[in-house]
Design a protein around this ligand. Structure first.
Ligand code: ATP
Length: 305
């Protein structure tokens, strides 16, 4: 029985340790809770950024199926250009963004940033080059500070606070206190910490991206979880943030992207329209149709739009 007890004890210990470790990993992974991390190629080099020009060459990706995803997309986004991406649900907008972040390797074609194929550069350097503001911003179950510095771990306290102020997050962060009494930037967020509202999470994510100051920005309906007052304030921050950067913004409300340099309309994985808001309205195609249905850009594009 002694041996049996010892054995059971060991198994219990091993199991507990295993699940605890698993928990830690799961927490750390949350912000990048995406499909399998791809591994760097042996000869992968850091991305050398010069201007932030993005080229998609005959890009196709169907998630291993016959339909869906992207189909033969060719596109050049010049340095500092601001692109709005629209299309029905399932048109391929998120797929494009995920491929740019290299969550998947492309099925056919290539993505070049400043002339370098992103499948051949280190993932770390690629992720550093790109700031992403997502619709559902999930945070790590760590302190607010850790979450902010995740964007740039060498930032000073002053820079961090300045970014939080710009994202309209500083004031509510100061009021935070987690169940263990940690306050402000030290408060833990998540299950065992403070629960933030969707809008608060988004503002923390926004502050992180501001702090990161990456030359390429991907915005996925960045202000969707915010109330209109905060949104108006943040809209200015967002426009400020875009200055001098290459930007791709997915918008469900057309009003948020009408001022972009160029609007791309995706349909069934293909770019079917490409031009300014005015040009696309004049063309009377899919974009004009969306715009009319949204009566000025405030309703959501439905799947059957
Ligand atoms: P939405 O506006 O609803 O976010 P979207 O334009 O971003 O839509 P995507 O998410 O890019 O569309 O999806 C494009 C197509 O690819 C859809 O047909 C979808 O079903 C398919 N798809 C997306 N992700 C996956 C996946 N992980 N596995 C298989 N198919 C997928």
């Amino acid at each position: 029985t002694l041996r049996l007890n010892a054995m059971t004890g060991w198994i219990m210990w091993a199991l507990t340790t295993f699940f605890r470790e698993l928990g830690v990993v799961a927490e750390g992974m949350e912000t990048i809770a995406q499909p399998l991390e791809l591994v760097d190629e042996a000869e992968a080099r850091p991305l050398h950024l010069t201007s932030g020009e993005i080229v998609l060459k005959d890009l196709s990706h169907h998630y291993g199926r016959d339909t869906g995803g992207l189909d033969g997309v060719n596109l050049t986004i010049r340095r500092g250009e601001k692109i709005g991406l629209v299309g029905r649900s399932g048109a391929g907008k998120s797929t494009l963004v995920k491929l740019l972040l290299r969550f998947y390797d492309v099925e056919r074609g290539a993505i070049l940033i400043d002339g370098q194929d992103i499948s051949k550069v280190t993932q770390d350097s690629l992720r550093r080059a790109i700031g992403m503001v997502q619709q559902d911003s999930s945070l790590m179950h760590r302190s607010v500070r850790d979450n902010l510095l995740y964007g740039r771990d060498d930032a000073t306290e002053e820079e961090m606070i300045a970014a939080a102020r710009q994202a309209q997050a500083h004031d509510f962060i100061l009021d935070l206190q987690d169940p263990e009494g940690r306050k402000g930037y030290d408060a833990q967020v998540g299950e065992r910490g403070v629960k933030l509202s969707g809008g608060q999470r988004q503002r923390v994510t926004l502050a992180r991206v501001i702090l990161k100051n990456a030359p390429i920005l991907l915005l996925d309906e960045a202000t969707s979880a915010l109330d209109s007052e905060v949104e108006a304030a943040i809209q200015d921050t967002l426009y400020g943030m875009m200055e001098g950067k290459t930007v791709i913004a997915i918008a469900h409300r057309l009003s948020t992207i009408a001022q972009m340099d160029r609007i791309l309309v995706l349909d069934q994985g293909r770019i079917v329209e490409d031009g300014t808001h005015d040009a696309l309205l004049a063309a009377g195609g899919l974009y004009a149709d969306f715009w009319t249905r949204q009566s000025g850009g405030f309703l959501t594009i439905e799947g059957d739009a």
